[in-house]
Design a protein around this ligand. Structure first.
Ligand code: NI
Length: 200
């Protein structure tokens, strides 16, 4: 019979060794408008490949899938880092789906002055939507999850998602961009026509 692990113990103090390389993904709590993290500019991320950054990304992907949103920015999960992720369904992008894209330290630049008004919603303002003007065509650049510099152009809904998510990194929420607050309100009070309109 082996000696007891500890005098008087009925079971080992550390029964199951933890496996340090296994990260169980978690659904993170989403910050709602009014929380200071949503009103504060986020910090650039120096090393997108760092293990703690990888863990955050895994959890953000899980959180976005659970919430059923199009995009998510780190401040929305209470982390003040400059990283966004999004995926655009084919039906919202002229038939071309954009699979999950992760962008660190993203920068946007409008290609021209053309703006479009459309309805947006946000996971940080649950149940609400409003009409927001956005540049129709933007150039974007940033760093991918494996640390590579990437860039491209986006139009229409894709450009809108990028502007909405990048605004989160600067402490800006979509109502702050609205021109007509009469279009702002609860989706379930806005009527069938508005409820059927696409939202982010
Ligand atoms: Ni949002």
């Amino acid at each position: 019979m082996p000696p007891p692990l500890c005098e008087g113990a009925t079971r080992p103090l550390h029964p199951a060794p933890r496996r340090p390389h296994v990260h169980r993904m978690a659904i993170l709590k989403i910050a709602r408008m009014g929380h200071p993290v949503l009103a504060t500019p986020a910090r650039p991320v120096d090393d997108p490949t760092a293990p703690e950054v990888r863990r955050l990304l895994d959890d953000m992907v899980e959180t976005l899938r659970d919430a059923g949103g199009v995009g998510l920015a780190a401040p929305q999960v209470h982390v003040p880092w400059r990283v966004i992720l999004y995926a655009v369904p084919a039906a919202r992008n002229a038939g071309v789906a954009i699979p999950l894209r992760i962008l660190f330290n993203p920068e946007l630049e409008p290609v021209d002055d053309a703006m479009v008004e459309a309805r947006e919603a946000c996971l940080s303002l649950p149940g609400l939507s409003g009409s927001v003007p956005r540049y129709r065509h933007v150039r974007w650049r940033g760093v991918s999850a494996d640390g590579q510099a990437i860039e491209g152009e986006a139009t229409d809904f894709h450009a809108r998602v990028l502007q909405h998510e990048c605004d989160h990194l600067d402490g800006v929420l979509y109502p702050m961009r609205m021109r007509d607050l009469r279009t702002f309100g609860f989706v379930d009070a806005q009527g069938a026509e508005v409820a059927a309109a696409p939202v982010d």
